[in-house]
Design a protein around this ligand. Structure first.
Ligand SMILES: NC(=O)c1ccc[n+]([C@@H]2O[C@H](COP(=O)([O-])OP(=O)(O)OC[C@H]3O[C@@H](n4cnc5c(N)ncnc54)[C@H](OP(=O)(O)O)[C@@H]3O)[C@@H](O)[C@H]2O)c1
Length: 301
């Protein structure tokens, strides 16, 4: 059953985000600014991060996830993307997110009110050097607050031509449904990993499948490590390691292959600033787990 990796992000097929077609294996830009964007002590080398972005595109990645609030004292994800990839290929889809913001020292500021989202969109446009954004996610702050006014504000910006498509992030099933009453939602970005699925996570995944909405898990590799290094309960790690050994794959590749096996509408955005990890992650697009392996990893919540 040993697997012959193919270094090509196209290997697990495509999905559409509105009128944009993307390869299902993409890249998360949060880690380009430091080991974790929010760990101000960690430092990344600008040239390496630029090389990672260019290599990703060379390997077929055409879906990059970013945000203006992904920055360290030394680097900004959006500005790295601009430096590495502009002038942008028509095939490249850059997805960004608004809602949260950080002050120059990196501390979180108050969540944006609906009328402040235009300023956040304009900031992304300036940093990325674009006149429109392909997809903008409204990153919600929690399950108990309403989000329709924020989604409505993004819908207005789409009407004005600043945004092509709208998505939502960190949301419950009801919130996805609410957002859909306001405008077309092309993607949902929620936390979802082997060994970590919040209650209601599968209902959101299934609803997205039914509605033709992309489901884009974050922390798919980091799992319980969140913004830090990958971490997992021992039982989860042992199961992932066993499946990895059976294929001659890495644990990260197994985690990504498991995510992609959850449905054709699932897109992977593994985050890395490490050139070797990038290649490891891209190769995961050619790894197929058996139904038994997927079922075994499914039980680990
Ligand atoms: N909507 C939201 O609220 C939200 C929240 C968080 C993140 N995101 C987005 O989702 C993306 C993915 O999340 P993430 O970057 O936090 O986590 P992730 O993709 O789950 O994992 C990243 C972590 O795993 C390491 N890693 C990556 N590839 C590896 C490999 N092949 N082998 C071993 N370790 C590997 C990274 O370190 P190295 O850099 O050293 O490789 C980093 O520590 C982010 O980049 C961001 O774009 C969205």
């Amino acid at each position: 059953m040993t697997w012959a990796p193919v270094l090509d992000a196209r290997a697990y097929g495509t999905w559409t985000l509105g009128d944009r077609t993307v390869n299902r294996l993409g890249l998360g830009a949060m880690r380009l600014t430091g080991t974790a964007a929010f760990d101000l002590g960690a430092r990344r080398d600008r040239e390496t991060s630029i090389a990672v972005l260019r290599r990703a595109v060379e390997l077929g990645v055409n879906h990059v996830d970013t945000a203006a609030f992904y920055f360290s004292p030394w680097l900004s994800s959006n500005q790295l993307i601009h430096a590495a990839l502009a002038p942008y290929d028509d095939d490249l889809t850059i997805v960004t997110k608004v809602g949260p913001s950080r002050d120059p020292s990196g501390d979180w500021m108050t969540w944006a009110a609906p009328e402040q989202l235009r300023g956040q969109v304009e900031q992304n446009l300036r940093e990325l050097g674009r006149d429109h954004l392909d997809v903008v996610n409204y990153r919600h702050s929690g399950p108990k607050r309403a989000l329709v006014d924020h989604v409505g504000a993004l819908s207005d910006l789409a009407r004005d031509g600043l945004i092509r498509h709208v998505g939502v992030s960190n949301v419950t099933l009801q919130q996805v449904r609410d957002a859909q009453t306001v405008t077309q939602i092309v993607c949902v970005q929620n936390r979802y990993a082997v060994g970590y699925r919040a209650s209601g996570a599968n209902e959101v995944l299934d609803h997205c499948a039914e509605q033709g909405i992309a489901f884009v898990p974050f922390f798919a590799i980091a799992g319980q490590g969140k913004e830090g290094r990958p971490a997992a309960e021992q039982a989860t790690q042992d199961a992932v390691n066993e499946v990895a050994e059976a294929h001659g794959a890495s644990p990260a590749q197994v985690r990504l292959a498991w995510s992609l096996a959850q449905g054709p509408h699932v897109l992977a955005i593994p985050g890395t600033g490490d050139p070797a990890h990038l290649e490891d992650n891209v190769a995961a697009a050619s790894l197929r787990l058996t139904p038994e392996e997927v079922a075994r990893l499914d039980t680990l919540d």
